[in-house]
Design a protein around this ligand. Structure first.
Ligand code: FDA
Length: 578
């Protein structure tokens, strides 16, 4: 059988596979993508793109391409609860960083902004850049099986154009083949949780809904209507794909009864119910059924085979964590593969991929499913969880307008239940507070301060090893740039300040290419606002060693006479050499 060779073979071109290819090509690692279809995603799917993902895309040089195509943050944020778009409004949540206080927190946390980038627009940006940087990309090519040995993985694929099979020999295999991952199954990755918890339908359609949406711009309009608690993701959802004429409805079905027949007539009836205005012309583009899952892998790798994205965490779209977590998995893995393939790091560095990302996967699967459950109190406040008839539900909703003590209680309960949804729509900590514990992080002996504020709602920066480098605005000549802009690009970076010469000498003496950054008056980088000194966690003469993915690997608070030994020991440990 014909065999082709590469260093890293990636199965799948979704957010996980495309970003793995982009990162590897950016780092100069030979890689190949095989993907089942003759196209990329043809429906909007995942869309919320959080600040951490935008930081990753900024480092990989495609942030501006994404901003150019995405719906900006200010049009994402008035999450609305209503009886239909044309019907009564029950309340709103300022979302995705659009609450003034949360907006300030977003500005303080990162040089990037959230945006809404539908998956059918995101994938071409990632794939085009990956191919331009060297990825060998093969459409209509299906993964069939793999065998691995001490030196590599041999993968059998089917070429759907020619109808035959051939093998690809790679040093490493990444299974980014989504929620029904064959690679994860063949690798025997142990999974916890459950698939098929509830049934959902996506209906993609065109309609000019500006009349009902432009005055309360949002990515999400939630509809509480008869049938809205059957299956699905907590309520009916009208999601904006492009303001204000491309849309996607999510509507539930009883998973035990199976998906309904997805005829155009059925799709149109759901659109009519949730929009609530039969006069508006609607063009149905597609309908598909899917299930809400609550599943995560305990281990993300078996030997030379690694899985990323939905292959290892399967959960509903709540909190918008699907493609974000997938991109971040791949970003965590790519630099480790690069250093191992270059012979700079021991293969044991790759063990830290599971150690660092599996806890994140478990956490986001739990969070996304919890967010569905947290919609129920909104229905409860309206006594609408199981009304006997639609008329009863409408009567319960109308009752909130009465001048009675019961109605006042109902109004308060409704407000409280809607406000609680910040855990789904403004969970800044879920997006940014990920901390890693692994052998690629050297503890500095300081006690873990934990999270003084709610860790799901509030981002809390830290320079403690295992945390992401805090963002602070620096200047360099006439340029203003983030601390995050001084790191990454596939390299380790050592940050120090005035008096940190011993650290600089130590960095330069390493066999590994380490970028150096000195912050202080008269240095290459200055800290004019004092932002960096407030978050750096080190004195001027101390040092932070930051990994290529922007995470702090090693911290030393002060000057050290034996900086060379300290840094050499730290790197030996991080790179798996002892
Ligand atoms: P993803 O599923 O995106 O990609 C898998 C890739 O592997 C695809 O390119 C596929 O063709 C390929 N592949 C699979 N098997 C293969 C094989 N044997 N050989 C070769 N290639 C193979 N999320 C959200 O936040 N909001 C939403 O509204 C939606 N809606 C939605 C709708 C539909 C229909 C789907 C399928 C998914 C969603 N999602 C979503 C989930 C979201 O799309 C998901 O979390 C991310 O796409 C995960 O990215 P991955 O790259 O891990 O998998």
């Amino acid at each position: 059988m014909h065999t082709v060779e590469t260093d890293v073979l990636i199965v799948g071109s979704g957010p996980a596979g495309a970003s793995a290819a982009l990162a590897l090509s950016t780092y100069g690692v030979r890689n190949m993508v095989v993907t089942r279809y003759a196209r990329l995603a043809d429906t909007p799917r995942a869309h919320i793109t959080n600040q951490r993902t935008m930081e990753v895309l900024r480092d990989l040089g495609v942030e501006q391409d994404v901003i150019a195509k995405a719906t900006p943050q200010q049009l994402m944020g008035d999450t609305t609860f209503c009886t239909s778009l044309a019907g009564e409004e029950l309340g709103r949540v300022r979302s995705w960083g659009n609450d003034p206080l949360v907006q300030a927190a977003h500005e303080l946390a990162s040089p990037t902004r959230m945006c809404d980038m539908p998956q059918h627009l995101m994938e071409p940006v990632l794939v085009d850049a990956a191919i331009a940087r060297g990825t060998d990309f093969r459409y209509s090519t299906v993964y069939k099986s793999f065998v691995q040995d001490e030196h590599g993985v041999t993968v059998t694929v089917e070429d759907r154009l020619r109808g035959d099979e051939y093998t690809i020999r790679a040093r490493y295999l990444i299974g980014a083949d989504g929620g029904r991952s064959q690679v994860a199954e063949d690798a025997g990755l142990p999974m916890g949780g459950q698939m098929g918890v509830a049934g959902s339908i996506n209906i993609v359609f065109d309609a000019d809904l500006s009349k009902y949406t432009a005055h309360r711009p949002s990515t999400l309009y939630w509809v509480l209507a008869p049938g809205a608690t059957v299956g699905g993701i907590g309520a009916g959802l009208v999601r904006c794909v492009r303001p204000w004429n491309e849309w996607l409805i999510v509507w539930g079905y009883d998973v035990t009864a199976g998906a309904p027949d997805l005829t155009e007539e059925y799709a149109l009836s759901v659109v009519r119910q949730l929009v609530g205005d039969d006069e508006i012309p609607v063009t149905i583009k597609s309908s598909s059924a899917w299930t809400v899952n609550e599943m995560y892998a305990e281990t993300y790798a078996n030997g030379r085979v690694f899985c990323a994205g939905d292959a290892v965490h399967r959960h509903p779209p709540s909190n918008g964590l699907g493609s974000n977590t997938s991109v971040q998995d791949s970003y965590n893995l790519a630099w480790k593969l690069k250093l191992v393939l270059d012979g700079v790091a021991s293969p044991t560095l790759l063990d830290t991929y599971t150690a660092e990302r599996a806890p994140v996967g478990r956490q986001i699967v739990t969070r996304a499913n919890q967010s569905i459950a947290e919609t129920a109190p909104i229905f409860e406040a309206l006594d609408g969880l199981s009304p006997q008839t639609p008329e009863q539900l409408w009567a319960n909703i109308a009752a909130r307008k009465d001048a009675t003590e019961a109605a006042a209680k109902q109004r308060a309960a409704l407000r409280e239940a809607i406000a609680f949804k910040v855990y789904e729509f403004n969970a800044h900590g879920v997006d940014l507070n990920q901390r890693y514990t692994s052998s690629a992080v050297v503890p500095d002996g300081t006690p873990d301060p934990g999270f003084p504020r709610d860790p799901e709602l509030h981002h809390q920066p830290s320079s403690r090893p295992g945390a992401k480098l805090p963002h602070a605005w620096l200047t360099s000549g006439t340029r203003t740039l983030s601390t995050l802009d001084t790191v990454g690009k596939g390299r380790f970076t050592l940050l120090t300040g005035i008096g940190g010469e011993a650290w600089l000498r130590a960095a330069e003496a390493q066999p590994l290419d380490i970028a150096t950054v000195v912050v202080g008056p008269g240095q290459e980088y200055e800290d004019p606002y004092g932002d960096w000194v407030a978050v750096s966690g080190i004195s001027d003469a101390g040092a932070l060693l930051v990994r290529p993915d922007g995470y702090v690997a090693f911290r030393y608070a002060d000057a050290a006479e034996d900086a060379d030994r300290l840094l050499t020991d730290a790197l030996r440990r991080i790179l798996g050499h002892g």
